[in-house]
Design a protein around this ligand. Structure first.
Ligand code: NPG
Length: 373
């Protein structure tokens, strides 16, 4: 296809309840959406970068600028593009994977809508519904946490991930285990908040039969994760550390993880995400789909990704109402303990234009020649 224009759009979706992790509390999900116009029609993408560079170095303003100044003009200047060529065309620009992933997603959506193929079918998905998992943030008290987990289990969630950090780990995990029993699929996510000197402390989590512990150490500390993996029985899973298939291969070879969380935004797009899935499958490493408080666009794409056969663990894919009262697409709902994978062409969801307009804080359109406001 030939790209005619790239529209950038900042949206702000208020969260139903504040979401607290080791790096801060979010009350509004600010996101950068991309809409491309091409000779084959339009396509939508979502950039998972947050308002501040807390989870990763990218953030909404940096992604906006990078797309406006470098990535967008590069794609607009190419005589012909498709999803497979986006990564190659943008390769000369280092990093900025979340910005690149958003553009690739929009091109994929346009391309697959034209071909009348769903993203799930294109990626090689085999499931038509996925088991939902819920991520539960840090709370002000253990009672509040236990109540909140109980509410999610009543709503039909089958797997619970607790956010942990130094000072909020053994006691909350123990309380949830005691209250809901040994059969609950339970895992923890530390978002890089521990150090190697905490290994003995983290080993005390072993008695809670967790599915996994996710990213306890800094994203660059593969050796520390490998050491932890040797010293604890709980599976070590990496999130922030894995930004490419090559990096995933290295982490697995080092013994730094035995499970991988795949987030398309973090790794530069859905095609790289699929490559990581394929690699992990070939190495016998289970994967699951991470979540980044996506709007319905990103949620739809994550459901498609999670329908691939190697996604044997439930991901951070919740129903829309867990986060938002109002979303820019029709809501994803939990039905019979599962969320359906969209099967329409492309992302398989339509944007609700009036809601989108209401939640939009800023837009800018770039074309080959000029930037329009
Ligand atoms: O269900 O979308 C979801 C959120 C799951 O905890 C979750 N995501 O560290 O993985 C994470 C965390 C996150 C959220 C990271 C927002 C970055 C942004």
């Amino acid at each position: 296809m030939k790209l005619d224009a790239i529209e950038l759009r900042r949206v702000r979706l208020p969260l139903v309840t504040p979401f607290r992790t080791s790096s801060g509390t979010e009350t509004v999900r600010e996101a950068l959406l991309i809409r491309i116009e091409s000779d084959e029609g339009e396509g939508w993408g979502e950039c998972v970068a947050g308002s501040d560079p807390l989870y990763s170095s990218e953030y909404v303003d940096s992604a906006w600028l990078t797309i406006r100044r470098f990535l967008g003009p590069r794609l607009l200047g190419a005589p012909i593009i498709n999803a497979a060529s986006v990564q190659l065309l943008l390769h000369e620009y280092r990093g900025h994977r979340m910005a690149k992933a958003a553009l690739e997603m929009a091109v994929l959506d346009a391309e697959l809508r034209t071909a009348r193929v769903s993203l799930s079918a294109f990626l090689g998905g085999v499931a038509d519904a996925v088991t939902p998992g819920v991520a539960v943030g840090i709370m002000s008290s253990i009672d509040e946490l236990v109540d909140s987990v109980g509410g999610y289990l009543d709503a039909g969630y089958r797997r619970v991930k607790l956010k942990i950090r130094p000072g909020w780990d053994l006691a909350p995990v123990e309380a949830v285990r005691d209250r809901f029993g040994g059969d609950l699929m339970l895992q923890v996510d530390a978002n890089c908040s521990y150090r190697r000197s905490d290994i003995d402390h983290l080993a005390r989590l072993d008695r809670f039969s967790l599915l996994l512990i996710e990213q306890p150490f800094d994203e660059e500390d593969l050796i520390g994760h490998a050491e932890l993996a040797r010293r604890i029985a709980t599976s070590v899973c990496l999130d922030e550390s894995i930004v490419s298939a090559a990096g995933a291969a290295a982490a697995i070879s080092l013994g730094a993880c035995s499970v991988v969380n795949i987030k398309a935004g973090r790794v530069g797009g859905y095609l790289e995400a699929r490559a990581i899935h394929d690699l992990c499958m070939s190495r016998g490493i289970p994967v699951w789909c991470g979540g980044m408080l996506e709007t319905g666009l990103g949620r739809a794409a994550n459901l498609a990704l999670a329908s691939l056969p190697g996604f044997t663990l439930p991901g951070d894919i919740s129903a829309t109402e867990r986060y938002f009262r109002e979303d820019i697409t029709p809501p994803f709902v939990l039905r019979n303990g599962a969320i359906a994978v969209p099967n329409g062409p492309g992302l398989g969801v339509e944007v609700l234009r009036p809601v989108l307009a209401e939640l939009t804080a800023q837009t800018e359109t770039i074309t080959g020649a000029a930037v329009l406001r």
